[in-house]
Design a protein around this ligand. Structure first.
Ligand SMILES: Nc1ncnc2c1ncn2[C@@H]1O[C@H](COP(=O)(O)OP(=O)(O)O)[C@@H](O)[C@H]1O
Ligand SMILES: Nc1ccn([C@@H]2O[C@H](COP(=O)(O)OP(=O)(O)O)[C@@H](O)[C@H]2O)c(=O)n1
Length: 211
C-alpha cells in the first residue's frame, strides 16, 4: 500500500506520516528533507539558490547530510522552498522518490507533491492542513525546543512566505490532489489527528476503520 501525505509547513503531515508508517509497518520518507539537503548544500558551497544551475549542482549531496540537525533550521526551510521551485531540481530528485514509493509492500511519503506527482496512483492520499497561526505556534515551539530564539511573528511570516512560494510555483505546486481526503488538524491533538488519519486511510481502502 502506498500512502501519500501532503500539506503546508508544520501542518502535522510528518507526524501523521510517521505514525501511519508505524501503524501499517511501512517504510517512511520525509521528502522535505531532500529539498532541505539541497538548500543546506547550496548554503555551505556559497551557491546562489535563485540560479537553477547552482541549485542543480547541490542535488548531488552526500547521504549522511540527511541526518544533519541543521536541516531543521527555519532558514533552511525558506531556502528549500526557493531551490525546490526550479524544475530541474525537482527532476533531479524525482526518480529517488518514485523508487521509494514503488518498493515492494509499499511506503508512506510526505511532502507537497506526493499525491499529485510522485505517487498519483497511491492507494490513499491525505492532504493535511491547519491555520497559519496554529502552524506557526507549533513550529515556534519546535524551534524553541531546538534552541532557536526566533520570534513567533518571524516564524509566522516565514510560514506565510513559504506557503505563497510553494503554492504559486509552476513546477509541482502545493495543491490538494483531486482524490485526496482533507484532514484539518487545527483543533486536533496529535493523537486525535493520527486516529483520524488511520480512519481516512481505512475508508479509502474500503475497509472498516480500525478501533
Ligand atoms: N495535532 C497537533 N497538535 C499539536 N502539535 C502538533 C500536532 N501535529 C504536529 N504537531 C507538532 O508540530 C510540529 C510540526 O509537526 P510536523 O509533523 O513536523 O509538521 P510538518 O511535517 O507538516 O512540517 C512538531 O513539533 C509536532 O510535534
Ligand atoms: N515534496 C516536497 C517536499 C518539500 N518541498 C519543499 O521543501 C520545503 C521544505 O519542506 P519540508 O516538508 O521539510 O518543510 P516543513 O513542512 O517540514 O516545514 C517546502 O517549503 C517546499 O518548498 C517540495 O517542494 N516538495
Amino acid at each position: 500500500m502506498i500512502i501519500a501525505v501532503d500539506g503546508p509547513a508544520a501542518s502535522g503531515k510528518g507526524t501523521i506520516a510517521k505514525a501511519l508508517a508505524r501503524h501499517y509497518g511501512l517504510p517512511h520518507l520525509d521528502t522535505g528533507l531532500l529539498y532541505r539537503a539541497v538548500a543546506l548544500t547550496v548554503r555551505r558551497l556559497e551557491l546562489d539558490p535563485a540560479v537553477e544551475a547552482d541549485a542543480v549542482a547541490a542535488c548531488d549531496f552526500a547521504e549522511d547530510l540527511l541526518a544533519d540537525p541543521e536541516l531543521r533550521d527555519d532558514a533552511i526551510g525558506q531556502l528549500a522552498s526557493i531551490v525546490s521551485a526550479h524544475p530541474l531540481v525537482r527532476a533531479a530528485l524525482l526518480q529517488r522518490q518514485k523508487r521509494f514509493a514503488r518498493q515492494p509492500g509499499g511506503a508512506v511519503l510526505d511532502g507537497r507533491d506526493i499525491g499529485t506527482v510522485i505517487a498519483p496512483d497511491a492507494d490513499a492520499k491525505l492532504f493535511v492542513k491547519a491555520t497559519p497561526q496554529v502552524r506557526a505556534q507549533r513550529r515556534h515551539k519546535e524551534l524553541r525546543g531546538h534552541g532557536s530564539g526566533l520570534s513567533f511573528d518571524k516564524v509566522l511570516a516565514d510560514i506565510r512566505a513559504r506557503d505563497a512560494r510553494d503554492s504559486s510555483r509552476s513546477a509541482a505546486p502545493l495543491v490538494m490532489a483531486q482524490d485526496a481526503a482533507l484532514l484539518d488538524t487545527s483543533f486536533l491533538s496529535i493523537e486525535a489527528s493520527v486516529q483520524k488519519a488511520i480512519a481516512l486511510v481505512e475508508a479509502r481502502r474500503g475497509a472498516t476503520p480500525a478501533t
